[in-house]
Design a protein around this ligand. Structure first.
Ligand code: FMN
Length: 324
């Protein structure tokens, strides 16, 4: 079939795509129709210069949005074939989706799609209940299905070694006033279509915490208490670290997040040790895995919460001007 996607198909699928996570909820994506294909483009105006100087976070977020877009198109019976970075001269064009042969969505796609509106970053402490083996296996499968790996840190010493790297990275970032100013700029105390609502920012960090919290406002917390029992920490990695690898990692991230949501698990992300190059290298070496760490997740059973706002979908669509 070579008839191409329509504006209505793009709009419907983009409504799901924008539910993807992004650094500080910047939503750095745009979608457009071009010659019957759908392009996923990064929005350079929404990159965070101090926090994300290389554009890694933009590409991971756009990859996550791309995964939702793929799922939505498959659910509509119009699945896509995807080419990443199809035009080397246009680095903002991260993916081109063209219609593949129509088919019914698989049960797996249906389950992941249903999880899109339920997923959110849960920064509250998790319950002590361990994540069962079958759920752990499913999360690893989700990463592998998107050509990535997921390393679960097992045992007190592995988690403690990671936590030291993460806290070190956090200290490095916190020393930079432009980084802090950028973060504070994206915390919202009034209703807003982007940024992090202060109520979603999680409790304030305390000196005894194992893992560093990012400091998005911070809900009050009884001082001196442990945040939670030892959480499950997972590192997502990709085979390389090119721009394409980062878009691949974003798709894998979203697949893992949706599989977790469908399994009843809560997740928050932790990217300080990815953002500081020396910490990322330390993490890579400590895992002894081939490839590059792209994201860290804290996974467990969480208190109820709610999805964060998004901009109206029409703000991120570039539709062709109709001919008179
Ligand atoms: C590349 C990337 C890095 C992120 N890093 C962190 C982080 O270090 N700490 C954190 O709490 N959330 C982090 N997040 C989660 C975003 O803050 C979150 O996705 C965004 O605020 C939207 O909220 P939602 O996930 O509830 O939809 C990250 C997300 C992405 C895509």
């Amino acid at each position: 079939m070579e008839t191409g996607y329509t504006a209505a198909q793009l709009r419907a699928a983009a409504t799901d795509a924008v539910r993807a996570p992004s650094l500080h909820n910047t939503q750095p994506w745009r979608f457009r129709l071009r010659d019957g294909g759908i392009e996923v483009r990064s929005d350079p105006a929404r990159r965070l210069p101090a926090t994300d100087p290389t554009g890694w976070g933009v590409r991971v977020a756009c990859g996550a949005a791309l995964f939702n877009l793929r799922l939505a198109l498959a659910m509509a019976g119009t699945p896509a074939t995807v080419r990443l970075r199809p035009h080397p001269a246009e680095p903002d064009v991260l993916a081109l989706l063209r219609p593949a042969a129509p088919r019914r969505p698989s049960p797996g796609e249906q389950a992941l799609y249903a999880a899109i509106p339920r997923r959110f970053s849960n920064r509250a402490p998790f319950w002590p209940d361990p994540v069962p083996a079958d759920a752990r296996w499913r999360l690893g499968e989700a990463a592998r299905a998107e050509q990535c790996w997921l390393e679960l840190l097992i045992g007190v010493s592995a988690v403690a070694a990671f936590a030291e790297i993460a806290r070190g990275a956090h200290r490095v970032l916190e020393r930079d006033p432009t980084y802090r100013a950028e973060r504070d700029e994206w915390v919202r105390t009034e209703p807003s279509p982007d940024g992090i609502p202060a109520a979603a920012g999680g409790p304030q960090g305390e000196p005894q915490d194992l893992l560093p919290t990012r400091g998005f406002g911070g809900l009050d917390r009884a001082p001196g208490r442990d945040f939670e029992p030892e959480p499950l920490v997972a590192v997502l990695g990709s085979p390389g670290n090119t721009a394409v690898d980062q878009v691949v990692a974003g798709q894998a991230l979203q697949r893992v997040l949706l599989a977790a949501t469908d399994s009843g698990l809560a997740v928050s992300m932790l990217s300080q040790p990815i953002e500081v190059p020396s910490a990322r290298e330390q993490l890579r070496q400590s895992l002894g895995r081939f490839g590059t760490p792209q994201m860290v997740m804290r996974i467990g059973y969480g208190q109820p919460g709610r999805p964060t706002p998004r901009r109206p979908v029409d703000e991120v669509l570039d539709l062709p001007v109709p001919h008179p």
